[in-house]
Ligand binder design. Structure first.
Ligand code: PLP
Length: 394
């Protein structure tokens, strides 16, 4: 059973280390890895007591009923300030179960979303009778009218990918709740260190744990947190689609969470320094970073985020090819389509995440051909700045 580390007075670092830890009989200071797929019972009555919920216990790992997974979920719930959390085998597993469980009355997706999410919303879910309407982040005024039709779920990311637009979580939650809709936020870019959507009025929050929570580009996982009632609808989808996180990944993720706060604070600080440097660089046309005072989302970001995150996007003067040459000239920063790792990763959205999008639609969304998205890692800031400067000077 887990120790009671749910003291809300404790800070995030303390909870990221101790919340959800098992009271291990052999004295392990953290929850050990239980890789068992099933758990033995002394009698049929004891088995039924667990199945029927009369007694606590563990049953079958695919159900998420496993000590290592439960311990991770208590930690994740504590970090999000939630009643509970469900851990998944990927961020997309978390998103798909969330949308399947809560999207029956229709979904409104605000602003840019991760490509996989958009594909699910526009290509796969409509075939199952779940319909989504996509609106721009500048069109929140339209939300109330759209929700009149009885739509059940409002879904969005903030900051968004790749232009780091900021969506006002409190404002959207007020409109959605006035119309009886739930609000789910993909908090992957900010992470639960920089932003707590549930405290701002959201009903559900998800993160691709592949990014900042895992933090080392060495695991794939996802999490949804919220009230027990809202998670109860998601749980059977996770169980029967077989999407629960594997125990060894849960164990590795718990280990990563112990350093989450110090990592994210460093990501924030280095990203702010790089955004400043880029905003003064003659080869850079525009910098997108919510921490910059002049940035369009700065005021709302300063209200709803406690740090501005480790993602910096910028446009270079010139063509897509010139941007590609700058990316290819980097020595230290790695060209790879992910984010949130210890190593700095860079991509050009037009050639990766938004490659398959119609160029006119890309332009409409403000995604330029010369746009570069940087996930600022944990290297020494001076080394990253030197690498960017030498690549931009080519
Ligand atoms: N949400 C966001 C914002 C993402 O960037 C990603 C992946 O890049 C996902 C969700 C999907 O996560 P995963 O790759 O862990 O399935």
């Amino acid at each position: 059973m887990t120790k009671d580390h749910s003291d809300p007075q404790q800070g995030l670092s303390t909870r990221s280390i101790h919340a959800g830890d098992l009271d291990d009989a052999l004295g392990s200071p953290h929850t050990p890895l239980y890789d068992s797929s099933t758990f033995r019972f002394d009698s049929t009555q004891a088995l039924l007591d667990v199945i029927d919920g009369r007694k606590p216990g563990y049953l079958y790992t695919r159900y998420g009923s496993n000590p290592t997974i439960r311990s991770l979920e208590e930690k994740l719930a504590s970090l999000d300030g939630a009643e509970g959390a469900l851990a998944f085998s990927s961020g997309m597993a978390a998103i798909s179960s969330l949308l399947l469980a809560h999207g029956r009355r229709g979904i409104v997706c605000i602003g840019d979303a991760y490509g996989g999410t958009l594909e699910l919303l526009t290509q796969q879910l409509p075939g199952l009778g779940l319909h989504a309407q996509l609106i721009d982040s500048a069109q929140i005024d339209r939300l109330a009218a759209i929700l009149q039709a009885g739509t059940g779920l409002v879904y969005f990311e903030t900051p968004t990918n790749p232009t780091l637009d900021i969506i006002d979580i409190r404002r959207v939650a007020a409109i959605a709740h006035a119309h009886g809709a739930l609000v789910a936020v993909d908090n992957t870019f900010a992470s639960c260190v920089n932003q707590r959507p549930l405290a701002l009025g959201a009903d559900l929050v998800m993160q691709s744990a592949t990014k900042y929570l895992g933090g080392h580009s060495d695991l794939t996982a996802g999490v949804v947190a919220g009230s027990d009632a809202n998670l109860a609808a998601i749980r059977p989808w996770r169980k029967n689609l077989g999407q629960a996180i594997a125990p060894d990944i849960a164990h590795r993720l718990s280990r990563s969470l112990a350093t989450l706060v110090v990592r994210v604070e460093r990501h924030n600080a280095t990203a702010a320094a790089i955004a400043e440097m880029l905003s003064k660089h003659p080869k850079v046309a525009r910098v997108y970073y919510p921490g910059l005072r002049g940035s369009p989302g700065h005021a709302v970001a300063a209200e709803q985020m406690s740090g501005f995150g480790g993602m910096v996007t910028f446009d270079v003067h010139g063509t897509a090819d010139e941007a590609m040459r700058a990316v290819d000239a980097l020595n230290l920063i790695t060209l790879a389509p992910s984010l949130g790792g210890a190593e700095s990763l860079i991509t050009q959205p037009a050639t990766t995440s938004h490659h398959d999008m119609d160029p006119a639609e890309r332009r409409r969304r403000g995604i330029t051909d010369s746009m570069i998205r940087l996930s600022v890692g944990l290297e020494d800031p001076s080394d990253l700045i030197r690498d960017l400067e030498q690549a931009l000077s080519r």
